[in-house]
Design a protein around this ligand. Structure first.
Ligand code: NAD
Length: 423
C-alpha cells in the first residue's frame, strides 16, 4: 500500500510541470516550484464536526506545505453559515443558508467540499458535488436508507470516472494502529477471520425539544440525533465506525443481519436506545454487533476478531502464529490524516475514493437496523440487488428533497418501531 502522505512536493511539482505545454520559461517553472499549492475549500454543514473538519483540513495543509482558502460556507441556519464564514474571512455574500445553500456553494469556485450535515442529506449533496466536479471530504455515515446508500455508491463511480477524490470521515482507515493491524491481518497474521465482536456502548447523546412556533424542519435539523430519518439511528450514526472496521478486516460486507433492540429512556424522536445484531459474513464467519446509548451503563468502544491462527483487536493487541513485517504508517491524528491523504491524492492526481467502502459500512448498519426494527432476517442483496424486496426501496421520510421543497412533517416524538409489525 502506498503511503500517500509521503507523496513529496517534488513529485507533485514534477507532475504539474510535466502537464504544462512545455513552453514555460525557466523562471516560471521556478515560480511553480516555490509557490505552495492553494486549495479553494467550501464547508457544507457548519456545526461541531464541520468546523472541526475545516480545522483538521487547515492542519493537514500546513503539514504538507499547502495553503487553504475558504471560499464559501453553507448551512441550514444563516447564523451558523455566517459564524463559520467569519472565522475564515468569507464575505457574507458567500455564506449561504437554507435547503438549497449547498447548490449555491457548489456554484462558486470551490474545488474541495467538506460535507458535515446530518447524514440524511449526504447522498443528495455528494451527488451534486460530484456532478459539479468537486473533490469531497464527507463525514460518516453517508445515508439513512438503502436508496441513499446506493446513490452514494453510484456517485463514487462517477467521481472515479471524473478523477475526483472522495474521502470519508471513518478515521480508523487513516489511523496508524488500525492500518498496522489490518496490514498484518490481510497477510494472514491470524489466519482466516472466523468471528468476532464489535462494540459502541456508551452514554446518551444530547437532545433538543421543539421550541414554540418552530417549524418541523428546523426542529428536525436541530434535533437530528434523535430521529432515524435524519441520523439513521445511533447504530448507523455512531456504530458505523466499528462495522466499517469489521467489513475492512474481513474484506467484504455481511450476507445477512438478524437483530433486536429497544427504547426505554429517550425523550424525543424515535431512535432505539440499544441494538444487538448477529451479522453473518459467510463461510462460517459471524460478527456480533452491540451498541447502546444509555447513561449509567458500562461502556465499551472497540473491535475483536478471532482467526484460525490467532486473535486481535482492531487497533492492536494481535496474537498470532505468523510474524508479518509491517511498514510504518503516518502517526498524525487520524482526523487530520484523512485530510492529508485527501489533499495529497489530489496533488498527485491519484484521487482516493472511499465512497464504496463507507457506503457499504453504512448499508451494513442500515441492514442491522431494519432487522432490529422488524425482527426479520435481512439479506445484503435485499438492499443492493433484489428490487422486489420490501427493503430495497425503503425510504426514510421526510426525504432530503422534502427539506428543500418545504414539505417536512416531523414524525411524532416517542413512537418507535415495533418489531414484528413494521419497518
Ligand atoms: N467522524 C467523527 O468522529 C464524527 C464526530 C461527530 C460527528 N460526525 C458526523 O458529522 C456529521 C455532523 O455532525 P455534527 O456533530 O457536526 O452535527 P451538528 O448538528 O453540530 O452540525 C450539523 C450542521 O449541519 C447543518 N445542516 C443540516 N442540514 C443541512 C442542510 N440541508 N444544508 C446545510 N446545512 C445543514 C446544521 O444546521 C448544523 O449546523 C454527522 O454525520 C455526524 O455523524 C462524525
Amino acid at each position: 500500500m502506498k503511503e500517500l502522505s509521503n507523496v513529496s512536493r517534488r513529485d507533485f511539482i514534477k507532475t504539474s510541470a510535466a502537464g504544462m505545454a512545455g513552453v514555460l520559461a525557466a523562471q516560471n517553472v521556478m515560480f511553480a516550484a516555490s509557490a505552495p499549492r492553494k486549495f479553494r475549500v467550501g464547508l457544507i454543514g457548519c456545526g461541531g464536526r464541520g468546523n472541526g473538519a475545516l480545522e483538521n483540513c487547515f492542519e493537514a495543509a500546513k503539514i504538507i506545505g499547502a495553503e487553504l482558502e475558504v471560499v464559501a460556507t453553507a448551512d441550514w441556519f444563516k447564523d451558523r453559515a455566517e459564524n463559520a464564514g467569519k472565522k475564515h474571512n468569507v464575505p457574507a455574500s458567500r455564506c449561504f443558508s437554507g435547503g438549497d445553500a449547498y447548490k449555491k456553494l457548489l456554484e462558486t469556485s470551490v474545488e474541495v467540499v467538506l460535507i458535515a450535515t446530518s447524514p440524511n442529506f449526504r447522498p443528495a449533496h455528494l451527488e451534486a458535488a460530484v456532478k459539479a466536479g468537486k473533490h469531497v471530504f464527507m463525514e460518516k455515515p453517508v445515508a439513512v436508507d438503502p436508496p441513499g446508500g446506493r446513490k452514494v455508491i453510484a456517485a463514487g463511480e462517477v467521481a472515479r470516472q471524473k478523477g475526483l477524490a472522495i474521502v470519508a470521515g471513518t478515521q480508523r482507515r487513516h489511523e496508524a494502529s488500525y492500518l498496522r493491524t489490518q496490514y498484518a491481518v490481510e497477510r494472514g497474521a491470524i489466519g482466516q477471520i472466523v468471528g468476532g465482536c464489535v462494540w459502541w456502548c456508551g452514554g446518551a447523546l444530547w437532545f433538543q425539544t421543539k421550541k414554540p412556533g418552530e417549524s418541523d424542519a428546523d426542529y428536525m435539523v436541530r434535533n437530528w440525533v434523535s430521529f432515524t430519518e435524519m441520523s439513521g439511528d445511533h447504530l448507523v450514526e455512531q456504530h458505523v465506525h466499528n462495522l466499517d472496521v469489521a467489513n475492512w478486516f474481513i474484506g467484504h460486507p455481511p450476507l445477512t443481519a438478524l437483530g433486536f433492540g429497544g427504547r426505554a429512556r429517550r425523550k424525543t424522536g424515535n431512535q432505539f436506545d440499544f441494538f444487538s445484531i448477529d451479522f453473518d459474513y459467510g463461510n462460517g464467519c459471524r460478527i456480533h454487533s452491540m451498541c447502546r446509548q444509555i447513561n449509567g451503563t458500562d461502556g465499551d468502544v472497540r473491535e475483536f476478531f478471532r482467526g484460525t491462527e490467532g486473535e486481535t483487536g482492531g487497533g492492536g493487541g494481535l496474537k498470532g502464529s505468523k510474524q508479518i513485517e509491517v511498514p510504518k504508517f503516518p502517526e498524525h491524528n487520524p482526523y487530520v490524516q484523512e485530510h492529508i491523504d485527501l489533499l495529497n491524492s489530489i496533488i498527485a492526481e491519484k484521487p482516493l475514493n472511499e465512497a464504496r467502502n463507507v457506503a457499504e459500512s453504512t448499508l451494513t448498519a442500515i441492514m442491522g437496523r431494519i432487522s432490529s426494527y422488524t425482527g426479520k432476517l435481512v439479506r445484503w442483496k435485499d438492499l443492493v440487488e433484489n428490487e422486489s424486496s420490501p427493503w430495497y426501496n425503503l425510504t426514510c421520510k421526510p426525504t432530503a428533497l422534502d427539506f428543500e421543497t418545504g414539505q417536512v412533517v416531523a414524525p411524532p416524538d416517542d413512537i418507535p418501531a415495533v418489531p414484528g409489525r413494521e419497518a
